[in-house]
Design a protein around this ligand. Structure first.
Ligand code: CTP
Ligand code: ZN
Length: 154
């Protein structure tokens, strides 16, 4: 295949490329980062493109914004194999994997309707990150499956 045939979205000038997201998870990654495009920044999303390592993968390119490590670590809950590439003047100036944070605050909603964080109190949700899920710091409820379904809306 020629490069022209392979290229799905163009290179970006300055910003962040989130690569090696498991196929089909790009929209969940954007949701957990709270990025919805409403600020008007150019965002490119490629979904379910062939990958040697992952079978299929998704890629997100955010133009004009360098996402910080703390900001991207939450996405390890959805995309543990993701690579973060910081782009300046078309060059990749930084490349790192995402780290699994010890806790996430204000990111997920506790499924327990009687949890203090879901009862209209001004208290941010807080989850301790376990090896195979997350645990609410207030009521100990554990979420193991489909974390994406528990992402708090922007
Ligand atoms: N990229 C981009 N705009 C640029 C530079 C890079 O959109 N100006 C994208 C590439 O398309 C790729 C990712 O950023 O999806 C990482 O770029 P690069 O390190 O050049 O690619 P690889 O070596 O294939 O990355 P890896 O080894 O992490 O798979
Ligand atoms: Zn709770």
């Amino acid at each position: 295949m020629s490069d022209d045939q392979k290229l799905r979205v163009s290179k970006i000038h300055n910003g962040t490329v989130i690569d090696h997201i498991a196929g089909g998870q790009a929209l969940n990654v954007l949701a957990i980062l709270g990025i919805d495009g409403a600020d008007g920044e150019p965002i490119s999303i490629v979904m379910n493109t062939p990958s040697d390592r992952l079978g299929t993968k998704d890629i997100i390119k955010v133009e004009g914004r360098e996402l910080s490590e703390a900001e991207v670590d939450v996405l390890s809950l959805i995309a543990p194999a993701a690579t973060i590439n910081i782009i300046r003047d078309y060059d990749v100036v930084e490349k790192h994997r995402v780290n699994r944070p010890e806790e996430v605050v204000g990111v997920l909603e506790c499924p327990n309707q009687h949890c203090i964080t879901t009862e209209n109190e001004p208290i941010d949700s807080q989850f301790e990150v376990l090896e195979d899920g997350v645990r609410c710091a207030y009521c100990d409820t554990i979420i193991r499956e489909d974390l994406a379904a528990h992402i708090l809306a922007g």
